[in-house]
Design a protein around this ligand. Sequence first.
Ligand code: EPU
Length: 425
Amino acid sequence: MASFEITGGKPLIGTVRVSGAKNEALKVIPMAVLLEQPVKITNVPDIVDVRNQIKIIEDLGAQVSFDNDVLFVDPTGINTPDISEKAKKLRASIVFIGPVLARFKKVSCPHPGGCIIGVRPIDTHTDAFRQLGAQIEEDEENLKISLEVTEEKNIGLIEQSVSATENLILFASGSNFPITINNCAIEPEVLDLIRIVESAGAKVERLSERSFKISRGESFSASEIEIMPDRIEAGTFAIAMLATGGHGEILNIRKDDLLSFTDLLKKTGVQFTLEDNRMEIKETKSFEPFELVTAPHPGFPTDLQSPMALIAAKADGKSRIHEALYENRLQYLKELQEMGLEVEFESNKIAYITGPTVFKPTEIQSLDLRSGITLVIAALMTDGQTIIKDVEIIDRGYENLEEKIKKLGGQIKRIGTDGTKTDRG
Ligand code: EPU
């Protein structure tokens, strides 16, 4: 496993251009299963999760090339409904179920299981397919589903799950009979995926805020698809600049995707300007304590909850953080405690942070993607050298992280498993 050696003490200043959205790219790759012709997908972040998702579609029989954030997928050779064992490497592989099921009327895949941030059952997915008439065989290891829809259907999701909504959108895009999906998640990545399936030929009708009626159109093909900017990466770099006492501009954003985040930033006293595709962060010296509760969109995004704790650490007073979605997503606060954070837990989902904190360097392990990036920023806030271990978990979701941090003036080095220092960007 590799580590980061981070020397803190310098404010991050300058310009950063955010990459394509991980959580959209991971769904557009499965969508290609349904396409009748090859597709070019642009602005695809070169991250470990994307590389794993690509391996899964290759195992299904697709021809793929990926270079310089441009992904070509030729799905015409896809010839099996059996999703390979590589699906175990990432939960987003579950979104292959919808399109494979639509194409072959059956699918088998390894059971995705829970993960460090929560139990993450897949009931919302399986219940929705059952409502459509699916036969499902499920054990701890595997999932087998068969389903043929022969009439119009109307179903409701148990909860507003992002990936369950996307799975059903993709299934419905390959269905000859219209499927109305109620209680959908409406995260920006979901709405953008709907725009993409519509442009590929699916018939989509938005019946109400969270209800969509979707079916296959005459044909389903797209010559080029562009992945939207990553709103979580944008928010993360805004926080990194603020938390290190820096300032700068963040390019390749979509203003509307960031409003729940910037509404909270405003309450903390941060100075910034937000334009349609650019955000400017001004140097901010003092921060107000705040209350944060995560919620499905348009609420505050859970994926920005952990970096936001660093603003709480800067604020003068007590902030309250409530992670309402995942049961284990406050674990990183214990790591930050080792670095000097003053934190009290009311429960596994609610914590109080009292600032201001001066973080001290240490040797620490990154637990999951979002807590990993939080430790990276905390390390940049110290006055010394921090070692963060097991950084492969951070490579799952941030493209060119070291390069971007170094361009802003931060000092970060990757230490390989053999102890060698590299400047891999
Ligand atoms: N949940 C609720 N209430 C709801 C909806 C969800 O409590 O109305 C809970 C679920 O029970 C679960 C959690 O929220 O514990 C997330 O559920 P969801 O099914 O929406 O998550 P997902 O589709 O598996 C995607 C992202 C996650 C992101 C969540 C929530 C991908 C590949 N993953 O997961 O991203 O946290 O939506 O926005 O799209 C990450 O990027 O680090 C990450 C974990």
